[in-house]
Design a protein around this ligand. Structure first.
Ligand code: ATP
Ligand code: MG
Length: 231
């Protein structure tokens, strides 16, 4: 489902509420949160540990449901998508980059990058070609046949970014993408991530504790008491 006024917005959240319910307590994590991200814009979200950054990214990526509010991502009304439609939305519209790379250890870098396209029905030849081209854009053409255990931390994270891009998502969601890297690798991943909007036209949303990483974004917010405050 889409609406024309959201066409130029990669993300539009209005009044988003998310509570984790349990017997001991109900934890209100997001309280009427609003957010707009334009197509091609980069945005960073900071905030204390436990403030809800990962929860927000999981909702925008269709990994977590919410009780109240409107959430449109790439023109999809997430509140109205059925469980059956969510995997397609996740595969087509969103690329995920996490703190840990989650590459499959028994597959080479090239295979790891190609698999999400192959699983979406792209032919093996096309998927492998596209994966090779993305790895080369990430500076990894000479590492394509290496297994994750044979790559450095920064190289693994760059392979994970290539994998996030293989299905040409309209938005890349990155959760602490440099949290596990040394300073030099963090810098390489930072510069690569923030080159994505101009490279592919995607939008980028990064959740991070690293003020240096956040400062590279077009807009920076702090998540506090369940809402975003623009810095
Ligand atoms: N599945 C869940 N069930 C219950 N509570 C949860 C669940 N996931 C997260 N929470 C709680 O929701 C709050 C927000 O968690 P979240 O992981 O979004 O925070 P965060 O801002 O990403 O923190 P960090 O900076 O440490 O990564 C935390 O108090 C957390 O314990
Ligand atoms: Mg988190």
């Amino acid at each position: 489902m889409s609406e024309s006024s959201s066409d130029l917005l990669a993300v539009r959240c209005n009044g988003l509420c998310k509570t984790f319910f349990s017997e001991a307590e109900n934890l209100e994590v997001l309280r009427s949160l609003d957010l707009q991200i334009r197509q091609g814009e980069s945005c960073a979200i900071m905030g204390a540990s436990g403030s809800g950054k990962s929860t927000l990214l999981a909702i925008l990526g269709g990994l977590e449901r919410f009780e109240k509010g409107e959430v449109y991502v790439d023109g999809n009304n997430l509140g109205a998508l059925s469980e059956k439609d969510l995997p397609r939305f996740r595969n087509k519209s969103v690329g995920f980059v996490f703190q840990f790379h989650y590459l499959l250890k028994d597959f080479t870098a090239l295979e790891n990058v190609a698999l999400p396209a192959y699983m979406c029905g792209v032919s093996k030849k096309d998927a492998w070609e596209k994966a090779g081209s993305l790895l080369s854009k990430m500076g990894l053409s000479n590492r394509a046949d290496h297994y994750p255990s044979e790559l450095s931390g920064g190289e693994r994270q760059r392979a994970a970014i290539a994998r996030a891009l293989i299905n040409a998502p309209r938005i890349v969601l990155a959760d602490e993408p440099t949290g596990n890297l040394d300073a030099a690798n963090a810098e390489a991943v930072r510069s690569l991530l923030f080159s994505l909007p101009s490279m592919t036209g995607c939008s980028l949303l990064v959740a991070t504790h690293d003020a240096g990483l956040a400062s590279a974004a077009d807009s920076v917010y702090t998540l506090s008491s369940g809402r975003l405050v623009r810095q």
